[in-house]
Design a protein around this ligand. Structure first.
Ligand SMILES: Cc1cc2nc3c(=O)[nH]c(=O)nc-3n(C[C@H](O)[C@H](O)[C@H](O)COP(=O)(O)O)c2cc1C
Length: 321
């Protein structure tokens, strides 16, 4: 089964993906970029373009899927053409983002409120010349407010040959909380005419094994927060070898070095690293069995890079590193 690293805005930027693929080369079949917004005048921001520039993605050929955010057919068609020229064979459309400012513009999961509009939009996209050379996949939630909305969305998706329908079985109002709705997911799995993939709450090899034993024909299993917390999770799934504390420390150091390529200010790197610590912190174990929480808290509240480095050193020391 294919395993992919989920797009995570602000986290899985190219620096992160490079550090990850160097230190944990086994297990991940593809990485998705965080969403790249397509603008009216058929343009993508320079910063977003750096996400897909070949020099920033060496060794990623065929494994990197640009994800776009737009709700207009002409913008999707433009992106198909633009990404084709840049050597990509597939793009992914974000239909899941729950953030208020996105949903209010009827983008991300905001697109799910109107299946008739989606039908018109995809009819136009799939009539285009551009879709003949670049495949389109979607990453979707099961609805805005209620899981039963998917009963009207799937028939629309089934009308068009998406190369992959990645389903995160939560509704928008859940954000990333609460349990994924496995009943609706099963219905989607059994009734999708397109290849279907699962995303949500895979935090361990056991979680992964459970999903693939229940749904053996998935195209792909996509993992987000579970991989940020444990960057070695896909390798563990693929080879059985779990990540050691020293490997995690090495990854954090490599990540900081990679961030320096894109982010000049130490202070900004510190903010990025603090976000990473939110996820990875729990994977460190103190040698005297005391709680790791207070050490992570110190890192998260550090006010400047010197404070930050001190707090990180203290955590490592408490773990005998
Ligand atoms: C901080 C953060 C940023 C995210 N950014 C994106 C994004 O750019 N595009 C997207 O489709 N999903 C995004 N997601 C959603 C994840 O890709 C994924 O669907 C979600 O985390 C659930 O999967 P998980 O339980 O494996 O983490 C984001 C989630 C988080 C927590």
């Amino acid at each position: 089964m294919r395993i992919s690293y989920a797009p995570m805005e602000g986290i899985t930027i190219y620096c992160y993906r490079n550090a990850h693929s160097k230190l944990f080369p086994e297990g991940i079949d593809r990485y998705y970029t965080p969403f790249l917004s397509v603008y009216k005048q058929h343009a993508i921001k320079k910063r977003d373009m750096r996400e897909i520039a070949p020099e920033n993605n060496q060794g990623m050929e065929g494994r990197l899927i640009p994800q776009i955010m737009t709700n207009k057919a002409d913008e999707i068609i433009w992106a198909l053409s633009e990404m084709h020229q840049r050597g990509f064979e597939e793009i992914n459309l974000n239909m899941g983002c729950p953030v208020g400012t996105v949903v209010s513009k009827h983008k991300g999961s905001g697109m799910l409120e109107d299946p008739a509009y989606l039908d018109e939009l995809f009819a136009e996209v799939f009539e285009s010349e551009e879709i003949k050379h670049t495949a389109l996949s979607i990453k979707t939630r099961i609805g805005l407010k209620a899981p039963k909305e998917y009963l009207e969305l799937l028939p629309v998706f089934n009308k068009y040959p998406f190369c992959n329908v990645i389903v995160h079985p939560r509704v928008r109002t859940q954000m990333y909380q609460g349990e994924p709705d496995m009943e609706i997911f099963r219905w989607a799995y059994e009734n999708s005419k397109n290849p279907i993939s699962y995303n949500g709450n895979i935090f361990s090899k056991d979680d992964y094994d459970r999903i693939v034993s229940e749904f053996s024909n998935l195209k792909e299993v996509m993992i987000g927060r579970g991989l940020v917390a444990n960057p070695g999770l896909a390798r563990e799934i693929a080879t059985g070898k779990s990540m050691s504390g020293d490997e995690l420390k090495g990854f954090i150091e490599a990540l900081e070095t990679e961030y320096k390529i894109e982010i000049p200010a130490d202070e900004s790197i510190m903010h990025k690293m603090k976000e990473i610590w939110f996820y990875v912190g729990g994977n460190f174990k103190t040698t005297d069995g005391s709680e790791i929480g207070p050490y992570i808290h110190k890192i998260r509240v550090s006010k400047n890079p010197a404070d930050y480095r001190n707090a990180v050193r203290n955590l490592y020391r408490s773990c005998g590193m």
